[in-house]
Ligand binder design. Structure first.
Ligand SMILES: C=C(O[C@@H]1C=C(C(=O)O)C=C[C@H]1O)C(=O)O
Length: 96
């Protein structure tokens, strides 16, 4: 989609941001539910699942023409924060 001005570009970016934030919130609700099925810090971090997600989203990025490095960095940061949020959701001190 081509737009005719910087203001229009920014209006489109603002719409996309609204969608992205809504999806991040929705993803977060499921991540918090994941925590209810876990008992240990190792289960919360689940590094093998994290790697599966990274592999999946970097492939999707390649297929869809998104910047692969951007997507990988974004997901690594997002998952690190979701792990923090899962620990908060559990509200208990977990052991390895
Ligand atoms: C949501 C989970 O917990 C953590 C968060 C993940 C995510 O945000 O995709 C993936 C693995 C775990 O690090 C899970 O185990 O599925």
């Amino acid at each position: 989609m081509m737009v005719g001005s910087l203001a229009q570009v920014r209006a489109e970016i603002d719409k996309i941001d609204e969608t992205l934030i809504a999806l991040i919130a929705r993803r977060g609700e499921f991540v918090k539910q994941a925590a209810t099925f876990k008992k240990t810090a190792a289960q919360v971090a689940a590094p093998e699942r994290m790697q599966q997600v990274i592999d999946k989203v970097t492939k999707l990025a390649a297929d869809k023409g998104a910047d692969i490095e951007l997507v990988e960095n974004l997901y690594r940061q997002m998952i690190a924060d979701f792990i923090r949020i899962e620990h908060l959701a559990l509200k208990v001190n977990l052991k390895d």
